[in-house]
Design a binder for this molecule. Structure first.
Ligand code: ATP
Ligand code: MG
Length: 298
């Protein structure tokens, strides 16, 4: 069953009263793949995740988790989940919360493994403290430890870093990369697009319940650009630079143009070349672009 993808979701649909929250969403997450789920508030990301995990009943569509239909409770045995909104029993200690979840998952995880999980999220020295006294970011860190403690093959994280400080975010990034090395699949929903861009292999962008775009980062980011910083641009050189966008001394060249030939020609014409630097489109720019060009009525 390890040949099957970690997640296979087909034509998911959900309506709350008159509001269609999710409308025909399909995607897969491969083993060891990190998939980013992006989209504006209310796009349907959390609804998709909840249907996927069998927490909300879809009006239509099917899901397979780790090779089993998600209607089979065993499909969730090897799944770790960090919900968007959660609160643990405030009277329990961090270690007791983990022990409870390990018991619920029905797996054997030793006390030292539990402590290792707390260490991974930077809570090693708070194991015995009551969760009720934890800060928001510490609760989120504990949520991550809960998602990871039972050695899942698929980890689903619904905004894991919204409350974390920059150091905590960097830790989560490293954590995700180490999961990937161990062939654990990850579905990551986050509004922190830089983060998604750094760790995700593939991205699905939802807008008003539908998939607005999907693909690998190179597929989505598409064109590569170079920025040239030039002075002493003669009239002849300006003619050569005519096809390119210009902002002051900065010219943007879309690849694959013959850059060495262009630079050689410019230098021959007396242009001074101060910089030739990559100017890749960021995922954030691309996302805004995609969302702004979506038709009003889908
Ligand atoms: N239990 C519910 N009852 C009624 N409507 C709901 C319920 N859950 C979600 N919705 C609606 O479904 C739509 C999608 O919500 P969802 O929580 O999936 O969005 P999201 O993409 O996760 O947004 P965010 O980025 O703000 O977390 C919204 O219009 C929301 O109001
Ligand atoms: Mg959400």
């Amino acid at each position: 069953m390890t040949d099957s993808p970690a997640v296979w979701a087909s034509h998911l649909r959900k309506r709350y009263k008159k509001r269609v929250a999710v409308d025909g969403v399909s995607f897969t997450v491969g083993r060891g793949e990190v998939l980013g789920l992006l989209g504006p508030n209310g796009a349907g990301k959390t609804s998709v995740i909840k249907m996927m995990l069998g927490l909300v009943r879809p009006d239509a569509g099917e899901v397979m988790l780790l090779g089993r239909p998600n209607t089979d409770p065993r499909s969730r045995e090897r799944v770790g989940y960090l919900p968007e909104l959660f609160r643990y029993q405030p009277w329990l200690s961090a270690d007791e919360v983990l022990a409870l979840h390990v018991r619920l998952a029905g797996v054997k995880i030793s006390g030292s493994d539990r402590r290792e999980s707390l260490g991974l999220v930077g809570l090693a020295d708070r194991a015995k403290d009551r969760v009720g006294g934890f800060s928001k970011g510490m609760q989120q860190r504990l949520g991550l430890a809960v998602a990871l403690v039972a050695r899942p093959e698929l980890v689903v994280l619904d905004e894991p870093t919204s409350a974390l400080d920059p150091l905590g975010r960097a830790d989560v990034r490293d954590l995700l990369l180490s999961l990937k090395e161990r062939d654990v699949a990850v579905l990551l929903n986050s509004h922190l697009i830089g983060e998604v861009e750094r760790v995700c292999d593939r991205v699905v962008i939802l807008d008003r319940g539908r998939v607005a775009a999907a693909g690998t980062l190179p597929e989505l980011l598409g064109r590569r650009e170079l920025r040239l910083v030039l002075t002493n641009v003669t009239a002849e050189a300006a003619a050569l630079l005519e096809p390119f966008a210009r902002e002051g001394d900065h010219y943007t060249v879309t690849l694959p143009d013959d850059v060495p030939a262009l630079i050689a020609d410019l230098v021959k014409l007396g242009v001074r070349v101060h910089a030739v630097e990559p100017a890749r489109v960021s995922l954030e720019e691309r996302l805004l672009d995609i969302l702004r060009t979506q038709p009003e009525e889908l």
